[in-house]
Ligand binder design. Structure first.
Ligand SMILES: *Cc1c(COP(=O)(O)O)cnc(C)c1O
Length: 372
């Protein structure tokens, strides 16, 4: 079935007890045993599994074309579960510009736990090839990557990972399953911050791992989910599942708006550079066209001038809200170097834009007056 149909139906069914068309929320932490001691409905205790989480996991697996999925309280918890499924001493290759929380986990928490990581510019295939060693156990890719929206070649990096028998993970948060299907492009696992486009309304934190195969590695992730306990609440699962119903339509509208805004900024006299994979001027536009069906709602703009000028433009915006995160209905602007803090590689004149679902003319007018 097509993704629009999957987004509406996967993991949901009319409740046989009540006829309710919209799924109920099941806050119960515990479930009844049968007289013989068995659990005929499959649920025991909500840290292990819950009807709302099961429905969401079934839906996420269907959206990505995977066999199974595990939902977490945040994408950072999902990311940690993947690293915890490795062994101390294992070697990881990760992008220099992965989500800053992922980088912090690798640099701080998991270095102490015994993982060794080589950070590399994954948009440079030769650099990725040089970083992957015979003992590499995990290769992490995030494309488009934040905040320069660089594109990595998912198929080509997958071939490098497979050559050494490393697991291959793609953070598909920015592209979403609407625009990019990493499992079909060769990834073993997909990571999502459902906090972003899948939830889609800026009102729920969540993450998930989707697996191509229900193998031993995924069972280890499941064990971390159940025994570590960083699980989403039933209401959080319900909210993400509800958000997904409109995902394909929202993501297409975000993408159309973003392309129009990027095109406007690209030709603006007070703009130094626009970073958006949908522009023909993007260095990997051809790779993006090959592996994505559209280019998403995220872009960055470097204004002509310094940090103060970028701050001034952000301050003058009226439709855009100054805030971090992305993927909601409202447009956001963020001075990215500020939130990334000390050691950031992000240019000081860069503003990251999360293009929302407002009319693109209103967004363009707002940017036009702020850049004056
Ligand atoms: C937001 C984000 C994360 C982390 O999500 P949380 O739910 O805040 O932990 C991971 N990867 C990407 C690409 C993100 O944008």
């Amino acid at each position: 079935m097509r993704i629009e149909t999957v987004a509406v139906h996967a993991g949901t069914r009319v409740d046989p007890a009540t006829g309710a068309v919209t799924p109920a929320i099941h806050p119960s932490t515990t479930f009844e045993r049968d007289v013989d001691g068995s659990y005929p409905r499959g649920f025991v205790y909500s840290r292990n599994s819950n009807p709302n989480r099961e429905a969401l996991e079934e839906c996420l697996a269907a959206l990505e074309g995977g066999q199974a999925s595990a939902a977490f309280a945040s994408a950072s918890a999902a990311t940690s579960a993947i690293f915890l499924a490795l062994q101390p001493g294992d070697h990881v290759v990760a992008p220099l510009d992965a989500y800053h929380g992922t980088l912090r986990l690798l640099r701080e928490t998991f270095t102490r736990w015994g993982l060794e990581t080589t950070f590399v510019d994954m948009s440079d295939l030769d650099a990725a090839r040089a970083a992957i060693r015979a003992n590499t156990r995990l290769v992490w890719v995030e494309t488009p990557s934040n905040p320069l929206w660089k594109i990595s070649d998912v198929v080509a990096i997958g071939e490098l990972a497979r050559r050494v028998g490393a697991r291959y993970v793609c953070d598909n948060t920015t592209a979403t399953p609407v625009l990019q299907s990493p499992l079909r492009l060769g990834a073993d696992l997909v990571l999502h911050a459902t906090t972003k486009y899948l939830g889609g309304h800026g009102d729920v934190l969540g993450g998930a791992v989707v697996t191509r195969a229900r193998d031993e590695f995924f069972e280890r992730i499941r064990a971390v989910q159940a025994s570590g306990g960083a699980v989403p609440s039933p209401f959080d699962c319900w909210l993400v599942r509800r958000g997904i119903r409109t995902l394909p339509y929202r993501v297409r509208a975000h993408s159309e708006n973003a392309l129009r805004v990027a095109t406007f900024l690209h030709s603006h006299a007070r703009v130094e550079a626009v970073h958006y994979p949908g522009l023909a001027s993007h260095p990997a536009h051809d790779v993006a066209r090959r592996q994505m069906t559209a280019f998403g709602g995220m872009l960055s703009v470097q204004v002509k001038g310094d940090r103060a000028r970028a701050m001034d433009v952000a301050a003058k915006l009226r439709v855009f809200t100054r805030a971090t995160s992305f993927g909601g209905t409202e447009s956001l602007v963020e001075h990215r170097a500020s939130i990334e803090g000390a050691g950031t590689r992000t240019p000081e004149n860069l503003l990251r834009l999360s293009i929302g679902l407002e009319h693109s003319d209103d967004l363009i007018d707002d940017l036009g007056q702020a850049l004056l």
